[in-house]
Design a protein around this ligand. Structure first.
Ligand code: ADP
Ligand code: ASP
Ligand code: MG
Length: 439
């Protein structure tokens, strides 16, 4: 039995947190491979080391003095080293980093140092071998993760090691430069390492007792989900359940390795098990709720639209030409609505409108901004009648106007559009109807 354990930023934010992590790892000999994040926030007002590195490198890029900022970062690490009584110095590492910042080694290199240095401390603290992720994780010429090469090189390297620490978040690009995943990407590294060592389970340790039915920042004391499928979790994480990076499931899913999300601050809690498939019924009709703010609905109306062959394709071309990705597209007989990210759309709205006019000559184009999308996800919805009806009535009771409702063809999710100002209340109303009253 081999376990890969990934610890998030808040689990490694201070010496006290490191000590908890050490206890967790030492409590189970099968926890052989460790993937650390960079130190996160120690309290609500604190700054993550990764954000400090981005800010520091921005100064370096502008040829401004960044030494003060780099010193603050070094102090974060030194307080961990001293708090753990380690005889380790990062002086040489920081000299190299300073030199590379001056030579403008790149923003990804800069951000990756958060995990790199924390990995060195973790390896020293545990007495495990340090394996630089730049030597075992690869991206191809297009900048995509190179799964085959990574798997080959990493499994060969780790095979020989009883224990190792592989820092999260980064690897090397085709030219050998450091490249990071998107934010929160240490979750992906943990998944890649799990696949390479054929782990029996990938433990993802964070600051909550698993994936909860709803975001705990919106719903107080949200219930943990005991078992969830990869597909359900992907839907939820894509739609904002930020507990696990949305791409983290792919490597382990391929290898059939379950993920267990656990709480570093409450290790005895079971957490959430993420699996390919399960007969286990969820505790409630729905498995989880997640959502994102900041969408614009572009409604395109034209009489007899449904009989015009190629109408949708031509309308969508207007978005493609302007480099805008589409989030959702509910449609009626003479109308189609396209949901896009407000941030992406705002600067280009007039170009998009004129291209829609050019391509399909509609009767009306209408824009509605400041919308949110909420996904209600659950494998149990397929076999339960009236889920959408219950969502509607819960939202009506809470005086929330539903702008859009769209059920995915897999019957695994229902997507609801509401105003940004109704976002939190809508999530609470849906949570209450399914979880509190167990309807
Ligand atoms: P880490 O630093 O350990 O990777 P993250 O901050 O990335 O941790 O993810 C954990 C956080 O995700 C929680 O503290 C919580 O605020 C947030 N979160 C959002 N949605 C959910 C959810 N459905 N379940 C659990 N946590 C959630
Ligand atoms: N430290 C990186 C971030 O803050 C990666 C991670 O934590 O997973 O995004
Ligand atoms: Mg995270």
């Amino acid at each position: 039995m081999v376990k890969v354990v990934k610890f998030g930023g808040s689990s490694l934010a201070s010496a006290a947190q490191f000590a908890k992590v050490g206890d967790i790892i030492r409590a189970d000999k099968t926890r052989r491979y460790v993937v650390p994040s960079a130190p996160g926030k120690r309290n609500a007002k604190d700054t993550k080391v990764t954000d400090m590195l981005y800010a520091c490198y921005a100064l370096a890029e502008e040829d401004e003095d960044f030494k003060g900022q780099l010193k603050k970062i070094k102090e974060r690490y030194n307080s961990i080293i001293n708090g753990l009584n380690l005889s380790l110095s990062l002086d040489e590492e920081f000299k190299v980093i300073e030199k590379n910042f001056k030579e403008k080694a790149g923003v990804d290199y800069a951000a990756s140092r958060g995990e790199y240095l924390n990995g060195i401390i973790m390896a020293n603290y545990l007495g495990y071998e340090f394996v630089d992720a730049a030597e075992v994780i690869f991206f191809d010429e297009e900048g995509n993760f190179d799964s085959d090469k990574t798997d080959k090189v990493m499994s060969k390297r780790l095979e020989k090691l009883e224990n190792a620490v592989v820092p999260g978040f980064y690897g090397s690009d085709a030219e050998g430069n450091v490249k990071t995943f998107s934010r929160g990407g240490s979750d992906i590294t943990g998944s890649i390492v799990s696949k390479a060592v054929h782990a029996s389970v990938y433990e993802n340790w964070t600051d909550v007792s698993g994936c909860l039915v709803a975001d705990p920042r919106i719903v107080e004391n949200a219930q943990p989900i005991k078992v969830i499928t990869y597909r359900e979790l992907r839907e939820l994480s894509y739609m904002g359940a930020s507990v696990l990076h949305e791409d983290a499931i792919f490597p382990v899913r391929k290898a059939g390795i379950p993920i267990n999300i656990k709480n570093t601050n409450a290790p005895e809690d079971e957490g959430t098990l993420i699996v390919e498939s399960t007969c286990q019924k969820a505790d409630f009709t729905i498995t989880g709720i997640a959502g994102k703010k900041g969408f614009v609905a572009v409604s395109i109306d034209k009489d007899m639209m449904n009989s015009e062959v190629g109408f949708c394709r031509k309308a969508l071309q207007a978005f493609e030409e302007n480099g805008i990705s589409i989030e959702h597209m509910p449609s009626g007989i003479d109308t189609m609505t396209v949901f896009v990210h407000q941030e992406e759309f705002e600067g280009k709205e007039q170009q998009v409108i004129s291209s829609i006019r050019h391509h399909v000559n509609p009767d009306v184009i209408d824009l509605e901004a400041d919308l949110s999308l909420i996904a209600v996800v659950g494998r149990g919805m397929r076999s339960t009648r009236g889920t959408a009806g219950r969502i509607f009535s819960a939202l009506a009771h809470a005086n929330i106007n539903v702008k859009m409702i769209d059920q995915g063809s897999s019957e695994l999710n229902i997507i609801i559009g509401v105003s940004n100002s109704d976002f939190e209340n809508a999530i609470r109303a849906i949570y209450d109807i399914f979880v509190m009253t167990r309807l």
